[in-house]
Design a protein around this ligand. Structure first.
Ligand code: PGA
Length: 248
């Protein structure tokens, strides 16, 4: 009942010209995709990529959004700005933002709220560090992160939320959670949503897995009942690699 969604997070890779070349290579390869397909290039590439995907099934997302409508926030972009250049999605709370740029559960909540209120779909990232998993805190961490990120949103607004469960130790490392680990923790995320919004609402939320997802492991992960898609870093930077994931 939940339509899968595969999103590519290009992180700090590609100039506008390179981004257009990548997405133009991708478009014919994913034209028959049964899932929603999203690409999240760097901000400076958004207008050019928006132009290149016009009329196709590929959708546009940004990698972050600020919570204010405008103002003295050097280096930040508002939800309205992102919408104005064609974004429908935005990643919020990626672990790299949390680790390197001081994002907290509070700022993730503010950013997600601003995105959703503006009509963007927020792809909210949660996930535990290696030590937290080893010490047995995974379920507590992801429960806290997802409930804090959604704080203040209504059940209706969850229509504009996708959650990405990304174990931090699996991002960019080549290590992947096993199919069962990913499914189990995504189940925990779903129950954390259900605890606040009820079962029906939680059953409708799409929850992706992220962390070294690629052609070689996508089938096993997507066969799991709780996993509704993927947030893909490294394997989204080549059209053929990303298409392999999309066409799982
Ligand atoms: P990865 O990145 O696929 O390169 O592990 C995933 C992510 O950071 O979203």
């Amino acid at each position: 009942m939940r339509k899968p969604i595969i999103a590519g997070n290009w992180k700090m890779n590609k100039t506008p010209a390179e981004a257009v070349a990548l997405v133009k290579g991708l478009i014919p390869l994913v034209a028959d995709a049964k899932c929603d397909v999203v690409v999240c290039p760097p901000s400076v590439c958004l207008p050019a990529v928006a132009e290149a995907i016009r009329g196709t099934n590929v959708k546009l997302g940004a990698q972050n959004v600020h919570f204010a409508a405008s103002g003295a926030y050097t280096g930040e972009l508002s939800a309205e700005m992102l919408k104005a250049v064609g974004c429908e999605y935005v990643i919020v709370g990626h672990s790299e933002r949390r680790q390197y740029f001081g994002e907290t559960d509070k700022t993730v909540n503010l950013r997600a709220t601003a995105a959703v209120k503006a009509g963007l779909t927020a792809i909210i990232c949660v996930g535990e560090l290696k030590d937290e998993r080893v010490d047995g805190y995974t379920n507590a961490i992801v429960t806290y992160q997802v409930q804090m990120a959604l704080k203040g949103l209504t059940a209706e607004e969850l229509d504009h939320v996708v959650v990405a469960y990304e174990p931090v130790w699996a991002i960019g490392t080549g290590l992947t959670a096993t199919d069962e680990q990913a499914n189990e923790t995504i189940g925990v995320v779903r129950r954390a949503i259900a605890a606040v919004y009820g079962d029906d609402a939680a059953q409708k939320v799409r929850i992706q897995y992220g962390g070294s997802m690629k052609g070689a492991n996508v089938k096993g992960l997507m066969a799991q009942p709780e996993i509704d898609g993927g947030l893909i870093g490294g394997a989204s930077l080549k059209a053929a690699d990303f298409a392999e994931v999309v066409n799982f």
